[in-house]
Every structure is written in structure tokens, then in C-alpha cells.
Write a protein that binds this ligand. Sequence first.
Ligand SMILES: [Fe+2]
Ligand SMILES: [Fe+2]
Length: 193
Amino acid sequence: MYGKFEKIYQLAKPFLDTRDNDIHTRIAYSFACRLLEAEGGNEDVVLPAIILHDVGWKSVPEELHLKAFGPGENDMIINRVHEVEGAKTARRILEEVNHDPSLTEEIVAIILEHDSRREALSVNDAIVKDSDKLWRFSKEALEIDPNRFGIPPAIHAKWLKLQIEDWFLTETAKKIAREEQRLRTLSFGIKSD
Ligand SMILES: [Fe+2]
Ligand SMILES: [Fe+2]
């Protein structure tokens, strides 16, 4: 599934077996492929960045995860740990596979602030941020997230819909989010108003 980036994924895999990050990474990766096609960007930056962006959660104790992400107030100090530790692990992995060093710098910079910086530094950065959030609109996330946040799926889906304009940086991601929202509305029987 990860094509020429399979080696990077295999090295990332031991860091992704927490917080459903394996499935999150796979879904975000497929959104990133769609955004690359529509928005341009460099796949040698975007795809390794999306594979590696959440490896840092492995450094955060699992009992603290739910304080650091999701609807409502988040503990941004805990959240920051996953960015900083993730950037370090990503650099090690990229060096191990001899990824182009100039691209490695860009990838590490993207991972280091993928949650804490709202504005994008480049189209590559925007695609990573948007793919990460598009996951939340997927069928898989709609099965996982309401459960882990203790929110009814219909309420969660309505909350997501309200975030589309605010969250997404590219027009393509807004469009995909609306499409996904429509599909979820049909499959979960959630009213779209
Ligand atoms: Fe993250
Ligand atoms: Fe993520």
C-alpha cells in the first residue's frame, strides 16, 4: 500500500501500535494521495511526512492520550510531546533509509508543528495538515472516535461538519470532507442539518 515508502512504513510501524494510529495513518495516507493529485506538492515530502507524523504518540503514556486530542479542551503540553518526540523518531527513520537530506529537513519541520501551527508553510505542509484532519471524516474514524470520546455518533458528526471551513487549508480537502460527511450521513442515518 505504501509503494516506494514501504520501508519507511515498516520502520514506523512499531511506533504506530497505539491510539489506533496504524489505521489513522493508512486512511490519512490515502487522503494525502488524493490531495497530491489535486493540489500538487511533492510526494517525497508529503507521503513520508504523513506516514511518520504520529510516531511520537508512542512516547506519551496511553492514559494521557485522551487529554491531548479530540473535541473540547486539549492539554497542549502533552500534545506537544508527540510532535517533538515524533520529529526525532522521524529523522532517525529517514536517515536510516537514506532519504534525501534536504527533503528530510522539510519533513521533520512539518511533523514538529503538525498540530500546534495552524497556518501552512508550504503546499506540502497544507496537504499533510489536511490529510491528518480528513481522517476524522472517514467511516473508520466515525466508528472509533465517538466511542473513545464518549459522544453519540450523530452529535460527533454534527460537530465535525461545523469545523470544515475552519480546519481545512485546501479547497480540495473541504470538498472531500463535505463528500465524506454526506456518505456518513447516509450510512449512520445522521440528519445533515
Ligand atoms: Fe498528531
Ligand atoms: Fe494524526
